[in-house]
Ligand binder design. Structure first.
Ligand SMILES: *Cc1c(COP(=O)(O)O)cnc(C)c1O
Length: 394
């Protein structure tokens, strides 16, 4: 193989390119009509009332924490098996972060671990203000149960659905915010659709929508509070909170609108590929992803597990063997508490047996709309070769 096969890849077509060019020729490069148009299309798709588009999911997570009032001294819980942004957003608000262990089969938050952790937290009088739930690989966590568990404590929920656009939970779109205050999507090129860089915070709460919008634009508002004769001063604006410039541009939004029209199609293409993987790998000693009842995966990643792996180095060796054969596998994710930055907070690895098992076993096989059948066959045969090489086949 000439070029190694990547684990994920965007697809850009002529409609996407034309949409971007149209904006470049228009009057508005940013803060124009494409932003509300993209937001409306996302609301329409997910069945949500409001959306606030931003320049990344990282920005959207940060602003979501700000909108929910997270600040210094607060506590935020999230999943250790996620991209670091799921935890960093709380740190950026000055809050402390703690992790809820995951189910080693799905990498999603474990209900038993959450139940126990809530009990202990309540007895210590230190329950989190916000729980950030991650839908790993595009398969939703058990939102209804999670909402029920945290409700008595008044804990707010942000769904980090960076992997989840296009997926279903209880046969409703991920992003509907039925069981959360806010849901965040990412439009980075490896995600289900792309704006190059971009993200969004979805909500059904009008007050949160206005806070999200305010924090993404410097904390500035245009519906004036203190100005005496606002109507005769159209140039007037006021800063009422400390915000940032996290806006998405019209160029990126136009790309997003175009990409959204292909989302279901891309998901279906990946569904066919995922089923082929499952068919061909069922005789391997490999754990395969499962969609719980009522859930449909967005298929952001195809995470499989090397059953019985005794340490992360065994899985790493497998990834290296695959790379030597021209197949890029990846690891999503090393538990966040293992990162050098997070080690200063002295998390106990023994508190997270589920995350540690997941970390020993999991790796991602390539999955993207343009992955050909021949390449998929090659990946499967490379996996067989690698496992045999390591005496792990059978
Ligand atoms: C990609 C990702 C993010 C960050 O998304 P950006 O748009 O790149 O900022 C956050 N959380 C998770 C789970 C992700 O996979």
């Amino acid at each position: 193989m000439a070029k190694p096969l990547p684990y994920g890849r965007h697809r850009i077509n002529k409609q996407d390119i034309d949409a971007a060019i149209d904006v470049l020729k228009s009057d508005w490069l940013t803060q124009g009509p494409k932003i509300p148009e993209f937001e409306a299309a996302l609301c329409d798709y997910c069945g949500t009332d409001f959306a606030s588009a931003m320049n990344s999911a990282t920005s959207a997570l940060h602003v979501s924490c700000l909108a929910l009032g997270v600040s210094s001294g607060d506590l935020v819980w999230t999943s250790p098996i996620s991209f670091v942004a799921s935890a960093n957003c709380a740190r950026l608000c000055g809050a402390d972060v703690d992790f809820v262990d995951v189910d080693p089969e799905t990498g999603n938050i474990c209900l038993k671990a959450l139940t126990q952790k809530l009990k202990i937290a309540a007895s210590l009088g230190r329950v989190p203000k916000v729980l950030i739930v991650v839908h790993l690989a595009g398969i939703s966590a058990a939102m209804r149960e999670i909402r029920e568990l945290v409700r008595p404590y008044g804990i707010k929920i942000i769904e980090d659905a960076s992997h989840g656009l296009g997926g279903l939970y209880e046969n409703e779109k991920i992003g509907s915010c039925r069981f959360s205050e806010i849901t965040v999507f990412s439009f980075h090129p490896v995600k289900p659709i792309t704006c190059c860089e971009g993200g969004v915070a979805m909500t059904n709460c009008e007050k949160l929508k206005s806070l999200l919008d305010q924090f993404r634009t410097h904390g500035v508002v245009r519906n004036l509070i203190s100005s005496e004769n606002a109507s005769v001063k159209p140039w007037h604006y006021e800063q009422t909170a400390l915000g940032l410039n996290y806006r998405l541009s019209d160029l990126h939004a136009a790309l997003g609108i175009s990409q959204l029209s292909f989302l279901d199609n891309y998901r279906l293409l990946k569904d066919v590929l995922a089923n082929k993987y499952k068919e061909k790998l069922c005789h391997f000693n490999i754990g395969l992803p499962k969609e719980p009842k009522g859930c449909v995966s967005a298929h952001h990643l195809f995470v499989v597990r090397l059953k019985g792996s005794v340490g992360p180095e065994v899985r790493d060796e497998l990834i290296l063997e695959m790379s030597n054969l021209g197949v890029t596998c990846s690891m999503h994710y090393m538990p966040i508490y293992r990162h050098p930055y997070y080690r200063q907070f002295n998390y106990e690895v023994t508190d997270y047996p589920g995350a540690e098992q997941y970390y020993r076993e999991a790796f991602s096989l390539p999955l993207y709309p343009d992955l050909s059948d021949e390449n998929l066959d090659y990946i499967v045969s490379s996996l067989k070769t690698s496992l045999k090489q390591m005496r792990l086949f059978g």
